[in-house]
Design a protein around this ligand. Structure first.
Ligand SMILES: NC(=O)c1ccc[n+]([C@@H]2O[C@H](COP(=O)([O-])OP(=O)(O)OC[C@H]3O[C@@H](n4cnc5c(N)ncnc54)[C@H](OP(=O)(O)O)[C@@H]3O)[C@@H](O)[C@H]2O)c1
Length: 318
């Protein structure tokens, strides 16, 4: 099939595009720079057709819709759509011309769960603009599928991680290697409240597997949303324990109030706060049942892969 991937060189695309090429598809990728950011350009990427374009600039100039309308594709995977108006342009450009449209959402569209694990059929309660926009796009696409048959699928990733892209760390933020150094050396790591808030990571290659499965099992995927996450979520304490034990230690955790955490972490606290306010914990049952989703990475395996890379490259010294 001819597959167009918008934003296909980042975390997801770096893993998804080689999978699609190796699956025998003709793949066209839109990006501002024609090279993958997280996987080796010598592996499978030679077969990719590139469209070098700046979506934001072309949307502002009013030329994006025309560019999209000129592309012949069977499947469109939109990895970088954040606003309902952007999605509307895509629907208008491809309605009636493609067999499958896959939008990349986010588990932030769900908002904090009322029961866990959160199922795709549960109520959406997004708490920030990013999540609200993604939830609106999802609702628009599902409505269009039901009313006009627009062939939409939505995939909602958790915290994307990969070998060269640090996972959200056991303190709930992305603050360099500091927390890993402390856990490896047995130094104090502060966690908010009781550290029971959760993170729900996903390895980018597992996410790529889910997008690929949605394409392969189109009939099961049409009109549906899927959470793209690791098999289970983990608490901050559990993440700390796992990373410390990798280095043969128990974590030296001290609990702190939100105000104390804000002082201790500085600007990084906003990222932790965002993660713990959501405390995601999502079910993969639907993706397993309908798409045969079989993630290879747990959060623990994600940490191992990333820590190996940090050690190999000398970024983490313990
Ligand atoms: N990161 C996460 O943890 C996370 C979690 C949940 C959901 N998501 C969702 O995942 C999607 C993002 O995927 P990702 O993490 O793979 O993205 P990413 O790593 O930020 O990569 C973005 C991709 O889009 C291209 N791009 C960026 N701006 C562009 C522009 N103006 N015009 C054309 N191409 C552009 C980039 O290439 P160039 O820079 O060369 O243009 C790259 O290929 C979003 O829909 C987001 O909501 C992400």
């Amino acid at each position: 099939m001819r597959i167009l991937v918008i934003g296909g060189t980042g975390h997801i695309g770096s893993y998804l595009v080689p999978r699609l090429v190796l699956g025998g598809h003709e793949v066209t990728v839109v990006a501002r720079k024609p090279s993958p950011q997280y996987t080796d350009s010598r592996l499978a990427w030679g077969a990719v057709e590139w469209i070098v374009a700046d979506r934001g600039a072309e949307e502002a100039a009013g030329t994006w819709a025309q560019r999209m309308a000129s592309i012949e594709a069977d499947v469109v995977v939109d990895l970088i759509c954040y606003a309902p108006a952007q999605n509307q342009l895509m629907v208008e450009a491809f309605e009636g011309r493609i067999t499958h449209f896959i939008h990349c959402g986010t588990i932030w569209a769900y908002g904090p769960a009322l029961r866990t694990p959160y199922r795709e059929s549960d109520e959406r309660r997004p708490i920030d603009e990013y999540g609200r926009n993604k939830a609106t796009i999802e609702a628009d696409l599902i409505r269009r599928y039901r009313t006009t048959g627009f062939p939409a699928t939505i995939i909602h990733p958790g915290h994307i991680s990969g070998r060269k892209w640090l996972p959200i760390d056991p303190q709930g933020t992305r603050n360099g290697v500091g927390v890993y150094e402390k856990l490896a050396r047995g130094e104090v790591v502060h966690l908010p409240q009781m550290g029971r808030e959760t993170l729900h990571h996903v390895h980018a290659d597992d996410l790529a597997q889910l997008f690929e499965s949605a394409i392969d099992r189109r009939d099961a995927a049409l009109g549906e949303s899927f959470s793209g996450v690791a098999p289970y979520a983990m608490s901050l304490v559990a993440c700390c324990k796992f990373v410390a034990r990798l280095f043969g230690r128990e974590p030296n955790i001290e609990f702190a109030s939100y105000n104390e955490m804000a002082t201790l972490l500085g600007p990084a606290w906003a990222i932790t706060r965002d993660h713990i306010d959501h405390s995601p914990c999502c079910s993969i049952e639907k993706a397993q049942r309908l798409l045969g989703y079989a993630p290879r990475y747990t959060t623990e395996q994600i940490y191992i892969e990333c820590l190996e890379y940090l050690l190999e490259t000398g970024q983490l010294v313990v």
